[in-house]
Design a protein around this ligand. Sequence first.
Ligand code: TPP
Length: 672
Amino acid sequence: MPIVDSKTGKIRKNYSIEELEKAANYMRGLNMVSLCAAGSGHAGGTMSVMDLAAALYLHVATHDPKDPFWDGRDRIIWSTGHKAPSLYLSLGMAGYFDVEEVVKLRKLYSPFQGHPHWLKLPGVEASTGSLGQGLSIAVGIALAGKLDNKNYQVFALTGDGEHQEGQIWEAIMEAGHYKLDNLTNILDKNRLQIDGWVEEVMNIDPIVDKYKAFNWNVIEIDGHNMKEILDAFEKAKNFKGKPTVIIAHTIKGKGVNFMENVAGWHGKSPICDQMEEAIKQLGLSTTLDWNGLFKKADDYQAEATKILEAKQPKFKKDYFWNRQDKMKVKMDPTRMGFGRALNEAGDDERIVCLGADISGSITISDFYKDHPERKKRFLSMGIAEQSGTAVAAGLAKEGKLSVIGTYGVFAAGRNLDQLRTTVCYGNFNVFIAGAHGGVSVGPDGATHQALEDLFQICGLPNMHVCVPCDSIETKKATLYMLFNIKGPKYLRFAREATPIVTFDHTPFKFGQANIIRYRGEKENFVDAFQTFLSSEYKSEKEDLSLIACGPMVPEAMRAAWILKEDLGIESRIINMHTLKPLDKKTIIQAALDTGIIVTAEEHQVGGFGNWIANVCSQAQELYKKPFILGMIGVKDRFGESGEPWELVKEFEVSAEHIAQKAKELYDLKMKK
Ligand SMILES: Cc1ncc(C[n+]2csc(CCOP(=O)(O)OP(=O)(O)O)c2C)c(N)n1
């Protein structure tokens, strides 16, 4: 049954095969415009799945766009959350909202998050983005339907790369075991994932035999043939006693010749020329008003910027990065330092790197850049972070220097038990790279923003933790930890380009903080500061201390600039790159010397700050000394989509927020 009026049971709209084909094509065009307006997103997979999406939402599923929570509706779970735009376009076409609204995709405050969030957009059934979880949600909903004797059908959309996650197979086993014939899994088998062909990254075939062995009904179709799609859904609905998987053979990037079957288009959005060409190829040049849609997106962005800027702390001038004629800074993502170090050190035969299908973006593949002979020591694990982590432990046990890396959210959170029991309890020499720490991953949104990883990681006994401040320090930290730390080690770095605030000759001693002092404005930001190893620093009786890690160190330095130039306040900046073991002496000394500590982290507040507070509260030296501590961090809320620098402001972790907090505490000290 198609789209219905839940009150009367009447059909609101029924699409013929031709109309469905036309709708899918139009959705592909709007997808191109929305991705282009967003400046990021996933072109390949959204295009491969569009015919299936159109069929499901406009013809197959029973639902009422005017009553998104109608109990009689079929439930659809977009397990493969990065294909969010295809879901949004389907909902829009079905009538949940004006489909053109989707051009607000991935922008700050938008309901069209980089990955779907069901609490932001009615019609979305579950929040997804961490691959491999959606099919389990669908199993739960199907079980509830059985328990309550409800007639709804449950659909899940999954990817072939996603089938490398162990959890997918747990869900498949559960659905087979419980004979969930109210569940249909649509497998978008476009044969590509991020690192290349699924077959080469981590083969999932023979997938038909595997599903059959797990007690599923299997239907194979051409996922771009609308008649075959509709027939398959009809057969699935009528099949009793087993869940059904529709294995849809598709083409990644379908409809645009330069995107088709090209892995590089997985997580990329078209630039303007490419979008125009795509629209032409889709035959939509005269029907799709992309100029008007762009204006809509720009107007929305202008409004969001206005709201954001109105909330920011204000100072005498604009101290933001590179807004002045002086204090210029160069930017480079910290992740680059990790890649450079692996590239430099990679000849050491003991090093084995494990890929988790995002190898380029986290730079772990730089290990074999210009060194094809090292490829045999780069082992692709597919999208299977948990097993990969335990594999790394096995390699380490046999004397390898194993390095595994993925986004921090998955490296720390998804793998926590593997890290705890296998890596840390066993005290294995495993290097874990937690990439895209903080809000750095911007428009991808909450599911991909590592804001809790330090809570997860720092509490593990035997773990060593380092969060370097720029790409130069990241390289030093990688090399040091790789060769000199024997045991579990976690290096947190970021995706977005952040200021370079050190030199090759700047001291870096693992476990010992650096102290940085602002000396006055210079042409280059980095020259305006002097850096000391903490043991070589003599107190200058500063007014307060700012303790930061990672890319918050440059923010703390900028805060020191603001505090001095705007308010005449002197700050001691402490670059606490090593979180575990912590340089307690330097923290206590800062509290004694300045009486004020402000911690700054690009993380849920406390992941870093609580450790500093913990040291201070247990320091006998501080007994009877007046002392205040404030913390800057994300205030107990999930991340969201937006440009990284917008999010730094939105989540109140900018230099301006540090300076504001520092001033507040300074005023308190002065009152005493
Ligand atoms: C748990 C987890 N690990 C890694 C990622 C990053 N990631 C997003 S999409 C993707 C590849 C997905 O491949 P596939 O399922 O084949 O999707 P398609 O190629 O059809 O887009 C990866 C690794 C993620 N979102 N979740």
